[in-house]
Design a protein around this ligand. Sequence first.
Ligand code: HEC
Length: 171
Amino acid sequence: MKYLLYILIASALVLLSACSSSDESSQAKQEKAGEGGGLTAFQLENGIGPITEKLNVGEIDPAKVKKGEATFVAKCAPCHKLDKRLVGPALRYVTKRRSHEYILNMILNPTGMVKEHPEAKKVLAEYLSPMTDMNLTKEQALELLDYLRSVRKEGEEKKIPEVPLFRSAQP
Ligand code: HEC
């Protein structure tokens, strides 16, 4: 009987130490959260949303560019121009300042992005009205991405100047 008690006490001790060590790790996590808002390094660079790994988008595909341009005119142009600030930022050089995955997550999950991503929050603080969720498919988002890559290329070829994201950065 006494023997059984020892076993019980020993296993209780083991459990206790297991608990306290998991406490430690959650504290470490919280400390990390202070630095990047609880985001992983991947999320900081590539945004939060359905795109959770790096994509190899390959060469710009002219067929996608065409479809992406049509979607841009229909869904994005009310708020975005390429070379002028409107409701949202000018987008000609967005592929220069953001990763492909960040842009896709912004298109597919704008509400989540402006709520949780420190960079998207900063941009919202400047532009004030949040980007709406447009329920686009990943396919449509990829077409938009190729369109945005193509307009950057055109801008670089024609030396079209970049509109700064923040007013404070304007000359
Ligand atoms: C209702 C207006 C509105 C519509 C429609 C809209 N956007 Fe936006 N967009 C914004 C605003 C405002 C911001 C900046 C503030 C923010 O982050 O929410 C933004 C930010 C972005 C960004 C991030 C820019 C950066 O440098 O961080 C991308 C990329 C973007 N939009 C792409 C698109 C695309 C592509 C479409 C069309 C499918 C679209 N937006 C439709 C208003 C809009």
